[in-house]
Structure formats: C-alpha cells, structure tokens
Ligand binder design. Structure first.
Ligand code: NAP
Length: 303
C-alpha cells in the first residue's frame, strides 16, 4: 500500500523532479504540499508547515525541497512531530545542524535520509564497481555551468549558506566520494568571490591522491559535468553528471536514468525499518574549501 508523503518547498526541483518521481511510484501518494506560493494540481496545499503537521497526522513522511538555509527548522519540527524526513542536497547549511538532526531522528525513532541525487546517476554504480580493485593515479573534476541558465532568479545561491558554485559542485563531490576506493582530503583551494556575493562563483581544488577539481558558474555555451579517473589499469570518464560512463574510451551501457525515482525507492526502504542514511562526506569537502581556500575577489555578478 502506498504511503502518504508531503512535499515542502514547491520550487524548481520539486516541480522538475520530486512530483514526477512520487507520482510514478507505487510506494508513495503525494498527500499534501507546503509552500508560500507553489501548488501541485489536485493535491491539498498548505502555506503553513505547523498547520500541515497538526492537520495531517496521516502523513508520516516529509520531503524537504527548500534551499539549505531554511531547511533545518522544517526538518527539526517534522522529526519532533514523529515524521520521517528526506532532505534535498546539500543536507543543511552547516555540518553541525545535520549532526543535530541525526541525533534527533535517532531519539525519535524516525528515518533521516540525506539524499545525493547524482549518486543515483546511471554511470555511478558501474564506475564504482570498476574502480574498486584499481589503484588511482589521478582524478579530475570539471564542473562548469551557467548559473543564469540553471538558477534564474534564485538569489539565495549567492547569500550566506547558499554555497555558490558548490550548490552544483557538491553533486560532483557526492560522486567522487562514492566512486573512489580511498578517502581524500583537501590540500589547497582557490575560491573566486564576486565582490557583491557572499558565496564563491568559481573554485579550484587540490586533494590528496592527485585528485583535483575546477568548478565554475560562468560557463556559457556547452556545459561540463565531467569526472575523469586514471588508474594503474585504464581510465574512466563520467560525463553529463554521471549519466554517461566511458571506460578506456568505450561507452558503457548502464540502463535508464532514474535519479529521483531511485531516491524515493531508497526512502521507502529506509522508512520500513526507521533507518537513516546520512553521509556528509561531500559537504565536508565544501566546508574544508571554505575553511582552507584562498579567497580572490572578482567582478560583481548579477543573476
Ligand atoms: P527554489 O526553487 O529557489 O526554492 C525551492 C522552494 O523553497 C521554493 O518553492 C520556495 O517556496 C521555498 N523557499 C525558498 N526560500 C525559503 C525560505 N526562506 N523559507 C521557506 N521556504 C523557502 O530552489 P530549488 O532550485 O528548487 O532548490 C531547492 C534545493 O534543491 C536546493 O538545496 C538545491 O541545491 C536542490 N536542487 C536543485 C536543483 C535544480 O536544478 N534547481 C537540482 C537538484 C537539487 P515558496 O517561496 O513558494 O514558499
């Protein structure tokens, strides 16, 4: 039988991915939305989260699609109300607040799932399997996109906690931390901050293990979401955010793309046993970059 779920924050990603994934699944019924402005046709809509929690005890699972800064208060209230919680990426504005949510969820006996949709891209699992017994000699992330195209009007990305270029860049970090057989830690980073922004628009990173990354949000024309890994026994490249995998230059057929459906499958599994799945390693690399990185001021930027 399908379980009732509420979606909170009916913005770009909720409409593009969450609503279709929930509607296509036998595990879930979209039973309510909460948003100050967005609604979904045919679904009871609330503008106040407390009201929804009070009025709908029949909804045991809450999926939070808000930006990271406002998300903690919603997650804490949902857990306090005994609901299972699914978090969009990045799972919070700070590491400590996600640790706090983990503790709360454990005490309340509910699931907390910090989702990483890019880990569900179809090339990622076969890339991980192929790399498992190899020695990595070099890896490079090239993650360059046009923020004006993908985040029109979303000023929060340049406000404190918005993470700037790491909002998409953390997707690359979620993949590399999943596929590499050994951990890495940051050695150097250079972060470019537009003078009128509180978050970086570009970053160059160097980690241990000869792993590097270039992230930029000013790329017009073709967009780049690529990870290249060289090993003692060949090389692989993930293109298109993990959707395409090439091993030694040959395309690997890896099935159909179902990132968000796979996240909702995983949440259904977790809820069965009130288990949690919270891996903060991608966010640790962002926090480390903001701690260790050299800051360079660049030209003002307007969305
Ligand atoms: P968005 O459209 O700007 O915002 C999502 C929703 O959050 C909006 O509907 C807004 O709802 C609500 N919201 C924004 N600020 C709020 C606040 N201070 N208090 C309460 N509600 C607030 O953002 P998005 O692109 O969907 O991104 C949301 C999350 O999904 C981010 O963490 C992002 O990294 C992640 N994500 C985005 C994409 C993408 O392509 N955009 C892809 C994957 C993951 P109301 O104003 O209607 O209340």
């Amino acid at each position: 039988m399908a379980t009732n779920i509420a979606l909170v924050g009916i913005g770009k990603i909720a409409v593009d991915q969450h609503v279709p994934a929930i509607n296509a699944s036998d595990d879930w019924t979209l039973a309510a939305t909460v948003s100050r402005s967005g609604t979904v046709d045919g679904v009871p809509a609330f503008t106040d989260f407390d009201q929804m929690l009070a009025d709908r005890p029949d909804i045991p699972v809450i999926s939070l699609c808000l930006p990271p800064v406002p998300r903690y208060d919603y997650a804490a209230k949902a857990i306090a109300a005994g609901r299972h919680v699914m978090l969009e990426k990045p799972p919070g504005a700070t590491l400590a607040e996600v640790h706090a949510l983990q503790t709360m969820a454990a005490h309340a006996g509910v699931s907390l799932y910090a989702t990483w949709h890019s880990r569900m891209a179809r090339g990622v699992a076969p890339a991980k399997a192929w790399l498992a017994d190899k020695t990595i000699t070099r890896a490079h992330i090239n993650w360059k996109e046009d923020v004006r195209r993908w985040h029109p009007g979303q000023h929060w990305v340049f406000e404190p906690g918005g993470m700037g270029v790491f909002d998409p860049g953390i997707n690359a970090l979620s993949i590399i931390t999943e596929i590499l057989p050994q951990p890495m830690h940051l050695q150097h980073a250079t972060l470019e901050f537009p003078s009128n922004c509180d978050t970086p628009i570009a970053a160059r990173m160097q980690w241990t293990g000869n792993v590097s990354g270039d992230f930029d949000w000013r790329q017009e024309g073709p967009q780049s979401w690529d990870i290249h890994v060289e090993t003692d026994a060949g090389h692989l490249t993930l293109h298109d955010g993990g959707a395409r995998l090439l091993i030694d230059g040959a395309e690997v057929e890896a099935g159909t793309d179902r990132e968000y459906p796979a996240l909702y499958d995983r949440m259904a599994e977790l809820v069965k046993t009130s288990a949690s799945d919270v891996d903060l390693s991608p966010m640790i690399h962002v926090a480390d970059a903001l701690t260790l990185g050299k800051r360079v001021a660049v030209a003002d930027f307007h969305l």
